[in-house]
Design a protein around this ligand. Structure first.
Ligand code: MN
Length: 129
Protein backbone atom coordinates (compact mmCIF):
# COMPACT_ATOMS: atom_id res chain seq x y z
CA UNK A 1 0.00 0.00 0.00
CA UNK A 2 1.22 3.51 -0.74
CA UNK A 3 2.38 5.51 2.26
CA UNK A 4 -0.11 8.30 2.93
CA UNK A 5 0.82 11.83 3.88
CA UNK A 6 -1.52 14.54 5.07
CA UNK A 7 -0.03 17.87 4.03
CA UNK A 8 -1.53 20.94 5.69
CA UNK A 9 -0.47 23.89 3.54
CA UNK A 10 -2.13 27.11 2.39
CA UNK A 11 0.40 28.03 -0.29
CA UNK A 12 -0.30 26.63 -3.76
CA UNK A 13 3.29 26.59 -4.97
CA UNK A 14 4.61 24.86 -1.87
CA UNK A 15 1.90 22.25 -2.12
CA UNK A 16 2.47 21.70 -5.82
CA UNK A 17 6.20 21.13 -5.39
CA UNK A 18 5.89 18.77 -2.42
CA UNK A 19 3.04 16.88 -4.08
CA UNK A 20 5.12 16.45 -7.21
CA UNK A 21 8.17 15.19 -5.33
CA UNK A 22 6.32 12.83 -3.00
CA UNK A 23 4.00 11.44 -5.69
CA UNK A 24 7.04 10.57 -7.77
CA UNK A 25 8.36 8.58 -4.79
CA UNK A 26 5.13 6.63 -4.44
CA UNK A 27 3.39 8.60 -1.72
CA UNK A 28 -0.28 9.47 -1.73
CA UNK A 29 -0.71 13.08 -0.62
CA UNK A 30 -3.94 14.43 0.86
CA UNK A 31 -4.06 18.19 1.16
CA UNK A 32 -5.71 20.43 3.71
CA UNK A 33 -5.63 24.20 3.24
CA UNK A 34 -5.90 25.54 6.77
CA UNK A 35 -5.48 24.35 10.32
CA UNK A 36 -9.07 23.45 10.97
CA UNK A 37 -9.41 21.55 7.70
CA UNK A 38 -6.21 19.73 8.61
CA UNK A 39 -7.62 18.53 11.91
CA UNK A 40 -10.83 17.41 10.19
CA UNK A 41 -8.89 15.56 7.49
CA UNK A 42 -7.28 13.26 10.06
CA UNK A 43 -10.65 11.47 10.17
CA UNK A 44 -9.80 10.18 6.68
CA UNK A 45 -6.73 8.43 8.07
CA UNK A 46 -4.77 6.48 8.89
CA UNK A 47 -1.90 8.56 7.58
CA UNK A 48 1.74 7.58 7.86
CA UNK A 49 2.93 11.14 8.38
CA UNK A 50 1.58 14.66 8.74
CA UNK A 51 3.45 17.45 7.04
CA UNK A 52 2.58 20.73 8.66
CA UNK A 53 3.11 24.26 7.46
CA UNK A 54 3.45 26.65 10.41
CA UNK A 55 2.01 29.84 8.91
CA UNK A 56 -1.58 28.74 8.30
CA UNK A 57 -4.96 30.48 8.28
CA UNK A 58 -7.62 29.78 10.95
CA UNK A 59 -5.29 27.76 13.23
CA UNK A 60 -1.52 28.01 12.94
CA UNK A 61 0.76 25.00 12.81
CA UNK A 62 1.61 25.10 16.52
CA UNK A 63 -2.05 24.96 17.49
CA UNK A 64 -2.63 22.15 14.99
CA UNK A 65 0.27 20.10 16.37
CA UNK A 66 -0.96 20.51 19.94
CA UNK A 67 -4.49 19.49 18.94
CA UNK A 68 -3.22 16.45 17.04
CA UNK A 69 -1.24 15.23 20.03
CA UNK A 70 -4.35 15.38 22.17
CA UNK A 71 -5.98 12.74 20.00
CA UNK A 72 -5.30 9.25 21.30
CA UNK A 73 -4.75 7.71 17.87
CA UNK A 74 -2.39 10.50 16.73
CA UNK A 75 -0.03 10.55 19.71
CA UNK A 76 2.76 8.79 17.86
CA UNK A 77 2.25 9.74 14.21
CA UNK A 78 5.29 11.59 12.86
CA UNK A 79 4.51 15.28 12.41
CA UNK A 80 7.06 17.21 10.39
CA UNK A 81 6.82 21.00 10.51
CA UNK A 82 7.85 23.16 7.60
CA UNK A 83 9.53 26.14 9.18
CA UNK A 84 10.86 29.34 7.71
CA UNK A 85 14.60 29.69 7.58
CA UNK A 86 14.17 33.38 8.40
CA UNK A 87 12.44 32.61 11.70
CA UNK A 88 14.70 30.47 13.92
CA UNK A 89 12.23 30.51 16.82
CA UNK A 90 9.83 28.47 14.68
CA UNK A 91 11.84 25.31 15.14
CA UNK A 92 11.91 25.25 18.93
CA UNK A 93 8.25 26.20 19.06
CA UNK A 94 7.37 23.45 16.58
CA UNK A 95 9.08 20.81 18.72
CA UNK A 96 7.50 22.18 21.90
CA UNK A 97 4.10 21.90 20.23
CA UNK A 98 4.56 18.19 19.61
CA UNK A 99 6.16 18.02 16.18
CA UNK A 100 8.58 15.15 15.61
CA UNK A 101 10.92 17.27 13.54
CA UNK A 102 11.11 20.11 11.08
CA UNK A 103 12.36 20.85 7.61
CA UNK A 104 13.27 24.33 6.50
CA UNK A 105 11.59 26.17 3.68
CA UNK A 106 12.46 26.49 0.91
CA UNK A 107 12.71 22.72 0.76
CA UNK A 108 15.59 21.08 -1.08
CA UNK A 109 14.01 19.00 -3.87
CA UNK A 110 17.12 16.79 -4.01
CA UNK A 111 16.83 15.53 -0.44
CA UNK A 112 13.23 16.18 0.58
CA UNK A 113 11.70 12.78 -0.23
CA UNK A 114 14.50 10.95 1.53
CA UNK A 115 14.04 13.07 4.65
CA UNK A 116 10.32 12.31 4.68
CA UNK A 117 10.96 8.59 4.20
CA UNK A 118 13.31 8.73 7.18
CA UNK A 119 10.57 10.14 9.38
CA UNK A 120 8.08 7.52 8.20
CA UNK A 121 10.53 4.72 8.99
CA UNK A 122 11.27 6.09 12.43
CA UNK A 123 7.61 5.92 13.35
CA UNK A 124 6.88 3.41 16.08
CA UNK A 125 5.47 0.29 14.53
CA UNK A 126 4.06 -2.84 16.08
CA UNK A 127 5.78 -3.39 19.38
CA UNK A 128 7.20 -6.87 19.77
CA UNK A 129 6.07 -8.50 22.98
MN1 MN B 1 1.63 29.05 4.95
Amino acid sequence: MKPRVLYIEDNEQNFYLVHYILSARGFEVRRARDGREGLQATAEGPFDLILLDIQLPVLDGYAVARALREKEDLRSIPIVALTSYAMPGDREKALESGCTGYLEKPIDPATFAQSIEGYVRKAPEVIDP
